[in-house]
Design a protein around this ligand. Structure first.
Ligand code: ARG
Length: 575
């Protein structure tokens, strides 16, 4: 559709002195209601610039277009309506071009070169060692993973980083607790559960025996000084946790370019403190060091604790400096829940005050909370939602549904995993990321609702239809098959137009860092296909019509497949 929009913008530009085609392109809309045309230009902004009433301008443009129609341009006619110029395209002229683009590009359909030569670093997932991987980390993993794939598709070099929470005083406490009450057997069974219960026990006992706190501090100090034995212990805790996190990542098909946790920056913090001092930004307050941000209406950013140990802010600044030096990023993106918004605003400001002009390339991508309704998993009792259990139970439920609906299916376990994980991911992307969302099994697993399983099921039906039809590649390679497309029905045209909007959806998901634009797009596309399929027989149609409809169906398959992959869902061919 973009190509056509560009052609129309160029044409309109000829009649509008002083208005660039690029500006017209930006103003142009694709009305969701087909009765308002295929493209629409609101004339309100232009009317101010050109000092002409919107209605008059729209009238004038409609007349100009209608007076100069030529059958090749793809424009059928134009109408002026309440200040809008509505343009109707000629399906017969535009459909072949749209379908050819899709069929030729295949897996590349919707991709872009916009980002070529530029690097984006995405900091996402980032759970904390020895603590459970909770639904908030899941959402960061889903949104961050989708952004990485979308940016790559847009031509960027994209680097995914897991900023693992693997450093802090809690490791001193864990080491002490483990020495006193640890049990290797229990650790092997479920490391994070066991580490968490050691941590809880430490706090309980420390109430009665305050000397434990001092001991833990001493142990952590030894870790900070690089004591080999203590570091060995710390490393073991990290590895045990990571192997649990990795099971989740594997289930979800997520990988990182780097797992550089907070500890990676231990030797990179001095630089931050020195630079802050040199710039006179650091102020002492009751033994701690901070950067005042009163002028920017924010509470101070704490950079060094009383005991000299550094903080979350300092580490993030050190990591940003390192990433800029190492990857020369065009943008550095951080995906966390919105409760951390202040934290990011604070340290982004600190980087700016340090004199780094690229501070404006740091972007926080916040998202809303997830609550688990009717799942039997509770977020209230601390963050003890065992995410892996939630995923496994979802998969088991899908397995039951398959057993009931399609007992003959091969590879049931694999498909159950693809659909179960897909349902959880899709649910996370079901509305704008900033909104709080609810996970509810019945909703997420519905094959009829606006869900992952619904899109995947539509995809599998398409694959099955294509298996019955003549080889699409054979039809496509026949000369003239595209020029002679015969798709007379309005549901067909609606579907073609919907497919043509995919590249724009990818672009806008990337620009707004909003993967839900794609999940919305996929539901709309699946619905458009199902309407088409309901109205238009494919296999029973006469030869030419059937071939045309098969090509269209292949276009839908390609588009759904590309979109599903971008947001992190697999596309099983049978289910
Ligand atoms: N580990 C942190 C948490 O669980 C998230 C880290 C996000 N990334 C960052 N660079 N601050 O809340």
């Amino acid at each position: 559709m973009k190509k056509l929009q560009r052609a129309v913008a160029d044409k309109l530009h000829d009649w509008l002195e002083g208005i660039e085609a690029e500006e017209l392109l930006k103003l142009m809309e694709v009305p969701s209601d087909a009765s308002k045309g295929d493209l629409s230009l609101p004339c309100f902004k232009l009317s101010k610039k050109l000092r002409k009433a919107p209605q008059e301008l729209a009238d004038q443009l409609a007349n100009a277009i209608n007076g100069s129609l030529d059958s090749q341009s793809g424009i059928a006619h134009a109408e002026s309506l309440s200040g809008y110029l509505n343009i109707y395209l000629d399906p017969k002229v535009i459909t072949p071009g749209i379908l050819r683009d899709i069929l030729e590009a295949g897996e590349g359909y919707g991709s872009h070169q916009e980002g070529s030569g530029k690097t984006i670093v995405v900091d996402f997932s980032s759970p904390n060692v020895a603590k459970p991987f909770h639904v908030g980390h899941l959402r960061s993993t889903v949104i961050g993973g989708a952004l990485v794939r979308i940016f790559k598709f847009m031509g960027y070099e994209c680097i995914g980083i897991n900023h693992l929470g693997d450093w802090g005083t809690q490791f001193g406490k864990l080491a002490v607790a483990y020495r006193l009450w640890g049990d290797p057997g229990r650790l092997e069974q479920g490391a994070i559960d066991e580490l968490l219960s050691l941590y809880v026990r430490f706090h309980e006992e420390a109430e009665r025996r305050p000397e434990l706190e001092a001991e833990a501090r001493a142990v952590f100090a030894r870790m900070e000084q690089g004591d080999a034995e203590m570091l060995e212990q710390w490393k073991w805790f990290v590895e045990l946790s990571l192997s649990e996190f990795n099971r989740i990542y594997e289930l979800m098909g997520i990988s990182f370019d780097h797992i550089t946790g907070e500890s990676f920056y231990n030797d990179k913090m001095d630089r931050v403190i020195t630079e802050l001092q040199e710039r006179g930004l650091l102020e002492e307050d009751q033994g701690a060091m901070l950067v005042r941000l009163d002028d920017y209406n924010m509470s101070p950013a704490l950079m060094l604790k009383q005991d000299g140990s550094s903080l979350y802010h300092t580490r993030d600044v050190a990591a940003a400096l390192y990433r800029k030096d190492t990857y020369h990023f065009h943008q550095a993106v951080y995906v966390t829940d919105y409760s951390q918004s202040l934290h990011f605003r604070q340290w982004f400001k600190v980087v700016e005050l340090m004199g780094y002009p690229w501070a404006d390339q740091l972007v926080h991508v916040p998202f809303g909370r997830v609550s688990l309704e009717g799942t039997g998993f509770s977020t209230r009792k601390g963050n003890i939602v065992k995410l892996e259990d939630l995923l496994q139970q979802t998969i088991a439920k899908v397995r039951e549904i398959i057993e009931e609906k399609n007992p003959e299916l091969e590879c049931k376990d694999e498909v159950a995993r693809q659909v179960g994980v897909g349902a959880v991911i899709f649910n996370d992307l079901s509305s704008n990321r900033i909104k709080d969302i609810v996970f509810n099994w019945e909703q997420a697993l519905s094959f009829e609702g606006e869900t992952g399983p619904y899109v995947q099921y539509t995809y599998a039906r398409i694959c099955s239809l294509l298996r019955k039809g003549r080889e699409v590649s054979e039809i496509f390679s026949q000369s003239n098959s595209i020029e002679e497309l015969h798709l007379p029905d309005s549901e067909e045209y609606a579907l073609v137009k919907q497919l043509s909007l995919f590249p724009q959806s990818v672009e806008s998901a990337a620009a707004k860092m909003e993967p839900s634009i794609l999940s919305r797009y996929l539901v709309d596309t699946a619905q458009a296909f199902n309407r088409f399929y309901h109205h238009c027989p494919v296999m029973d149609a006469e030869r030419k019509l059937r071939d045309s409809r098969l090509l269209l169906t292949e276009g839908v398959r390609i588009t759904l497949n590309n979109g599903l992959k971008l947001i992190g869902l697999e596309a099983p061919e049978r289910m």
